[in-house]
Design a binder for this molecule. Structure first.
Ligand SMILES: C[S@@+](CC[C@H](N)C(=O)[O-])C[C@H]1O[C@@H](n2cnc3c(N)ncnc32)[C@H](O)[C@@H]1O
Length: 336
């Protein structure tokens, strides 16, 4: 089954994602490509474990979904997201039996190593999300990345590496076959947590399911109420960037780019299209500016597109409110 980010809970539970098989082992695969690993690996268990697959390529997502459906693997959830936010926000602590990474992108050029997945912060996150006895299983043809990953695991201070043969299923993937045809071998390591460090979930919530009659009683949806000046002229809108939220744990913080503003037809309302970047997670959200009966306006994150309410999304409502204040609006209430 394909899940969007907004379909998950933060964190989620195996019992909710796999209601028919909650007691089975739970395996996460990062970068599943065309999905060949899982049918082979699942067949080595008496019953297919629960599977969560994460991949950033939409084409791969569709190919893998078809393959898993054809193999009758129903207790499988696939999603198109970067792996780190999925693992941090969706997977509960101590929940996974294995995190599988087959032939990760090696980023071989000098100066590109910061793009590699298997760095010390990833190993700390993985250690916090694995069950006792769980492991990160890495298979790669790339000797230099393999060395790098082993060094990063050691530097994380929470993983011990066991070098073993790759599971046969990892040698059946598209990339495994590609490198084998070129005569390259595969390295395999099993990284086993030595301790479970606390890596907390972020302050992320779902868009509420119920609609509230009185929006001022709805703090969960970021909003503001303000009075626009009679001189308000939306045609003065210009693309605008705001940054903030940097902390020691999250040095990147959030970046909000207000891309455009559109007027709705027949109503006293506009929407702002905003691009929100928080580390690897990006969201395009709409923020409505809607006239109320008392003449004030409500600035509020719209449900459209299934947004997740993150610090950056709250900040986007603040950036829109700030722009309106700069146009002379008087803010009566801030709920973001
Ligand atoms: C070299 S391919 C290997 C694919 C597959 N595992 C195989 O062995 O055939 C690496 C895959 O990882 C995916 N990927 C890269 N970065 C990712 C990330 N941060 N989160 C999830 N998937 C990622 C890419 O889209 C690509 O499909």
């Amino acid at each position: 089954m394909i899940y969007r980010l907004s379909d998950f809970h933060f964190p989620d539970r195996a019992a909710r994602l796999y209601p028919d098989t909650p007691e089975r082992p739970w395996v996460l695969e990062v970068g599943f490509g065309d999905g060949r690993f899982w049918p082979h690996f699942a067949a080595t268990f008496p019953e297919p474990p629960n599977y969560l697959g994460v991949e950033i390529s939409g084409v791969s997502l569709l190919k893998a979904a078809r393959r898993l459906r054809a193999a009758g693997l129903t207790n499988a959830v696939l999603t198109k997201l970067p792996a780190t936010p999925l693992i941090r926000e969706v997977v509960p602590e101590g929940a996974l039996d294995a995190i599988v990474v087959n032939f990760p992108d090696p980023w071989p050029k000098a100066g590109h190593t910061e793009h590699r997945l298997l760095r010390a912060p990833f190993f700390r996150l993985a250690a916090s999300r694995l069950k006792p006895g769980g492991a990160v299983l890495l298979t790669t043809d790339h000797d230099e990345y393999f060395e790098f990953a082993c060094q990063e695991a050691a530097a994380s201070g929470v993983m011990a590496a066991e070098l073993t043969d790759a599971p046969p299923a990892a040698l059946e993937t598209k990339y495994a076959r590609k490198w084998r045809d070129l005569g390259l071998g595969a390295n395999h390591a099993r990284f086993v947590p030595t301790t479970r460090p606390p890596v907390p979930h972020g302050p992320i919530t779902r868009y509420p399911d119920t609609r509230y009659p009185d929006l001022e009683d709805s703090p969960a949806v970021p909003h503001a109420i303000l009075t626009l000046p009679a001189t308000f002229d939306p045609s003065t809108f210009q693309k605008h960037t705001g940054r903030g939220g940097q902390t020691r744990e999250d040095p990147a913080g959030w970046t909000v780019v207000l891309l455009d503003l559109y007027r709705t037809l027949g109503r006293d309302a506009w929407v702002v299209l905003a691009h929100v970047v928080e580390g690897e997670l990006t969201q395009e959200v709409l923020i409505g500016i809607t006239g109320r009966e008392d003449g004030s306006h409500l600035v509020r994150l719209a449900r459209f597109g299934g947004p997740i309410i993150t610090p950056g999304v709250k900040a986007a409502v603040g950036v829109v409110t700030g722009w309106l204040e700069a146009q002379g609006a008087a803010v009566r209430h801030r709920g973001y």
